[in-house]
Design a protein around this ligand. Structure first.
Ligand code: GLP
Length: 259
């Protein structure tokens, strides 16, 4: 089952996950990191920037999960711009080190295949960061997404558009379509690290970790993956029925050195 780690705060979670990323980076000259947007992973990006030190990150590549369709790449709410501002620039990475699905309407027919090809050429993702939507989506794979899907165009649900409207002037300005890695694409990453904080995520987390594997909760595909770590605060862990089995287990593993 997934390794479930419940910590006292989002900041502690960010520090733990940043530590796992540095262990990857320090052991691999060409690490491939899967990066996510939304507010949840920001604690990880801040912890990375604070602990970067003098590392040479020139061999690192980062691949984004998803992008809105129809926002210019420099639109402040495009995921490309967000990842450059929140993740790449604080670490001193070049723009070319971050690959984001292409949401330009003119290139949509080939955007999925082009992204999959770039990902394959990089050798696949070593560690994939994931948030989770309140409806159980990961990336922008909304309920009903094929469990075997690859990077493609999807339509956002009303709930996701409402959830994300806080980043835009109004609900009408939230794009309707996106290009997202598929669930099959995400499963190919060698280590999945799903983060969630706050009570609003508790039901989705419980469905993902303990519910049946189902397209109704796309995040439940993490149960098919051999190496998953779910990093939560107490509120996001609040609806896990089997929490007593998970909590503290990770601390007691002999030789446990972090996720
Ligand atoms: C968006 C992103 C997801 C993210 C989700 C949750 O829909 N496409 O990758 O997990 O939002 O966002 P937040 O972390 O802000 O709750």
């Amino acid at each position: 089952m997934a390794e479930v780690v419940v910590l006292g705060s989002a900041e502690e979670a960010g520090a733990l996950v940043a530590d796992a990323i540095w262990r990857l980076v320090d052991s691999d000259p060409a690490p491939v990191l899967g990066v996510a947007t939304g507010s949840t992973p920001l604690v990880v990006y801040r912890a990375l920037a604070a602990t970067r030190g003098g590392r040479d990150l020139s061999g690192l590549r980062a691949f984004a999960l998803d992008e809105y369709v129809g926002l210019s790449p420099d639109h402040p709410q495009s995921y490309r711009r967000t990842l450059l501002t929140e993740f790449a620039e604080p670490l001193g990475l070049d723009v070319g080190q971050v690959v984001v699905p292409d949401g330009d309407p003119a290139r949509l027919p080939s955007a999925g295949a082009a992204f999959e090809q770039a990902l394959a050429e990089a050798g696949g993702v070593d560690l994939q960061l994931l948030g989770i939507g309140t409806d159980g989506h990961i990336g922008f794979n909304e309920p009903g997404s094929s469990l075997a899907s690859r990077t493609r165009v999807k339509t956002l649900t009303e709930q996701t558009r409402r959830d994300n409207a806080r980043f835009f002037d109004s609900l009408e300005n939230v794009p309707i379509h996106c290009v997202t890695q598929g669930l099959g694409t995400i499963l190919d990453a060698r280590h999945l690290v799903l983060l969630a904080f706050g009570a609003a995520k508790a039901a989705a987390v419980a469905a993902a970790v303990e519910g049946p594997v189902s397209a109704s909760c796309p995040a439940s595909i993490i149960q098919f993956h051999p190496h998953v770590t779910v990093v939560l605060d107490a509120e996001a862990a609040g609806e896990l029925a089997n929490l007593r089995y998970y909590q503290g287990v990770w601390e007691r593993k002999p030789g446990w050195q972090g996720i």
